[in-house]
Design a protein around this ligand. Structure first.
Ligand SMILES: C[S@@+](CC[C@H](N)C(=O)[O-])C[C@H]1O[C@@H](n2cnc3c(N)ncnc32)[C@H](O)[C@@H]1O
Length: 207
């Protein structure tokens, strides 16, 4: 008998190896276009659940001061090593922290690519308040969330400990912010747990 899947049993080292050499996520590139560069330089950014650090590196190269956070020490070592190698480490603060406890510093851009859904609903709701408080007025928020039609949300393929949202719930989370982009993507594709149906929101908003 196999035990049910849980968010805490993810093999993130394997994920970083599998995605090595990837391009920065389109969510980041779209979000950066909304950060008013000239009056905010040097702008500050936070990358929550930074993984291999590809987005943090891209932000450092663009002149941002970046705080990169992940629970996996392998991830934080990767981003720090990559920044040092490229002579960008003076702009980086990298920390091994659990998103359940992190207090994000104030920032002009808060990014979280495919990381927030790995928190449970209570932890994510608490973090969400801290995320909103961290954004400077005019600051930009760019996050992925997973939808209720995702394979990991139900049935034999369910992964416990994660959070999935209906569209109206995503819209409610953005109340008080100006929504710049709210895209919903559904497709069948690979994952670290095998092929699955993805239901993902790509959200960009301004405080
Ligand atoms: C799918 S990866 C995404 C990494 C990167 N942002 C990207 O776009 O490739 C999810 C990341 O979230 C991190 N993560 C998951 N749960 C976490 C938690 N509770 N606290 C901190 N990081 C967490 C994992 O260690 C992993 O690096």
């Amino acid at each position: 008998m196999t035990s049910a899947a849980h968010t805490d049993d993810a093999d993130w080292d394997a994920y970083y190896r599998r995605t090595a050499g990837r391009e920065p996520r389109p969510l980041l590139l779209d979000a950066m276009a909304h950060v008013p560069a000239k009056d905010l330089r040097p702008a500050s950014a936070i990358d929550l659940g930074c993984g291999d650090g590809t987005e943090s590196l891209h932000l450092l190269r663009a002149g941002f001061h970046v705080t990169a956070v992940d629970r996996e020490s392998a991830a934080v070592e990767l981003v720090a090593t990559r920044a040092r190698r490229d002579g960008l480490d003076s702009g980086l603060t990298a920390a091994v922290e659990d998103l359940e406890a992190v207090e994000p510093p104030r920032a002009d851009l808060l990014l979280s690519c495919m990381s927030l859904p790995f928190l449970g609903p209570t932890a994510l709701a608490t973090l969400w308040e801290r995320i909103l408080a961290a954004l400077h007025p005019g600051g930009v928020l760019a996050v992925n969330l997973l939808g209720d039609r995702d394979s990991w949300a139900h049935g034999d393929t369910a992964v416990a400990g994660m959070t999935f949202h209906r569209r109206n719930e995503v819209e409610a989370m953005m109340s008080g912010l100006g929504i710049l982009q709210l895209e919903e993507h559904e497709f069948d594709g690979p994952s670290g747990r095998g092929p699955k149906h993805w239901h993902r929101y790509d959200v960009i908003a301004r405080r």
